[in-house]
Design a protein around this ligand. Structure first.
Ligand SMILES: NC(=O)c1ccc[n+]([C@@H]2O[C@H](COP(=O)([O-])OP(=O)(O)OC[C@H]3O[C@@H](n4cnc5c(N)ncnc54)[C@H](O)[C@@H]3O)[C@@H](O)[C@H]2O)c1
Length: 340
């Protein structure tokens, strides 16, 4: 069974390729290296022992996508990661996000339809829930998006749902909470280009000396220690969920053509808890200070994951300690490879 992974040299895509291969699937992947590097393919080979079938394809190019599928008649399903993901950047450059995330998804669906490929797993996000009161389940009403990025995820879900009503297409949309950590080998991980938007890369970059100190945005929120709460999911657990989603589609376990699942741990951790956990597992004292609240930050969110537990038969197995330990190992690996 061959699975196409779009955006396969990115953070979550690369970890998912490892888990698909571990589960016995054949994999092919495309990327345009907008936010990743070709050496990820070498590292995937080191981890899996397999040469990854790769083509440099930009999903904004619908002709290239159609040609790609016409040359790969054995693809059974697609996992679609390729997108831009920085909320702040999407506010400055909305058209870049609509063109890539929405336009790219439409191109992919057109090419899949032409090639008669009927199964897709889509990377969605908990941002679609906005300020909803946790634990957030999949029936929570979707509010108006608070960024163009969030809107692209909402629009893509709607397009996928409409397309699954209209043609023979089966969709699993996975709403990720906060992916963190890295592969145990420290050969693949998150590679934020520029100043990281997310807490954990900021923590590890501060600890390694790339950043002077970390600012905690507000400690006066209505949470036990006053800092924001998020549901941090280890990227390997997240990757394994994609294998479960592919099996769910290929084994026709679904009851409707469009299914949506939350992927999180079901538990929230505050910013200060994350910092303390990082300090405990790394033995590093982190330089941080408390700053004012950052516009647009949701007070707290974490997932209700019962649907994924029951229907995908999947549950997270890795702890916040595992996430911090592997994120730290990855940051040290990056520093060592810079020296070479
Ligand atoms: N990381 C998170 O915090 C998070 C949370 C929720 C949802 N998501 C979604 O998960 C998916 C993967 O995220 P990630 O963290 O692995 O991001 P990433 O940037 O590491 O990976 C995305 C990959 O897609 C590629 N890509 C982008 N545009 C492309 C195009 N036009 N053609 C071909 N390749 C293209 C990039 O080069 C990159 O390798 C994205 O859709 C993202 O929106 C991520």
């Amino acid at each position: 069974m061959k699975i196409l992974v779009t955006g396969g040299t990115g953070y979550i895509g690369s970890h998912t390729i490892v888990e698909l291969i571990n589960a016995g699937f054949d994999v092919c992947t495309i990327d345009n290296f907008d936010n990743s590097y070709p050496n990820v393919l070498d590292n995937l080979k080191k981890i899996t022992g397999k040469t990854i079938e790769f083509d440099e394809v930009d999903i904004r190019d619908k002709y290239a996508l159609k040609k790609y599928f016409s040359e790969k008649p054995d693809i059974e399903a697609v996992i679609h990661f390729a997108a831009n993901k920085a909320v702040g950047e999407s506010v400055k450059f909305p058209l870049k996000y609509y063109e890539n995330n929405v336009g790219g998804t439409i191109n992919l669906l057109l090419a899949m339809q032409k090639a008669d490929i009927n199964n897709i797993v889509f990377s969605s996000s908990c941002t679609v829930y906005g300020e909803a009161q946790p634990p957030v389940d999949e029936n929570t009403a979707i509010p108006i998006a608070n960024s163009p990025y969030g809107n692209t995820k909402q629009i893509c879900e709607e397009i996928l749902s409409d397309q699954s009503d209209a043609v023979n297409l089966h969709v699993v949309a996975l709403r990720y909470f906060n992916p963190v950590g890295a592969h145990e080998s420290a050969l693949i991980g998150e590679l934020p280009i520029g100043i990281p938007n997310n807490l954990v890369p900021f923590i590890t970059q501060t600890a390694i000396g790339k950043r002077e100190s970390l600012t905690v945005f507000g400690n006066d929120y209505p949470t036990p220690d006053g800092t924001n709460i998020r549901d941090y999911i280890h990227v390997v657990d997240l990757a394994i969920a994609h294998v479960a989603a592919i099996k769910y589609l290929l084994n026709k376990k679904y009851s409707s053509a469009f299914s949506v699942f939350n992927l999180g741990t079901g538990k929230g951790n505050s910013v200060l808890e994350v910092i303390k956990t990082f300090e405990a597992v790394s033995g590093q004292k982190l330089a941080y200070q408390i700053g004012s609240r950052r516009a647009g930050d949701v007070v707290q969110t974490y997932a209700a994951c019962n649907k994924a537990w029951n229907e995908l038969g999947w549950k997270t197995e890795r702890s916040l300690e595992d996430s911090m330990r592997t994120a730290w190992k990855w940051e040290q690996h990056l520093k060592n490879s810079e020296k070479k």
